[in-house]
Design a protein around this ligand. Structure first.
Ligand code: SF4
Ligand code: SF4
Length: 85
């Protein structure tokens, strides 16, 4: 299972990602992010691109292992947390 600590950094930076920029408000954060709770307001129906396991299943399962895909995602999480992307 993908280990997300709910830091919210991915959701606060959707404006930086071409395929997700349509979700962004003027600050670059997703308009579906509950800023107080740091949680997605549409979690059960969130876009495919917001769901690590669904993305793996649909686009990457034949290209790498789940662990490799998780690790690539963890790298992005760390960069977002360190504000280097
Ligand atoms: S940046 Fe990573 S750890 Fe933080 S909320 Fe997003 S997926 Fe979870
Ligand atoms: S839809 Fe939900 S999970 Fe996806 S970026 Fe917005 S707040 Fe985050």
């Amino acid at each position: 299972m993908f280990k997300c600590d709910c830091c919210g950094q991915c959701c606060k930076n959707v404006g930086k990602v071409k395929i997700l920029e349509r979700l962004a408000d003027e600050s670059g954060a997703c308009r579906f992010l509950d800023a107080e709770k740091n949680l997605c307001k549409i979690y059960k129906s969130r876009p495919l691109f917001c769901n690590v396991d669904a993305m793996f299943k649909v686009f990457f399962e034949d290209k790498m292992t789940r662990e490799e895909f998780y690790n690539l995602n963890y790298e992005v999480c760390e960069k977002l947390k360190k504000r280097i992307i």
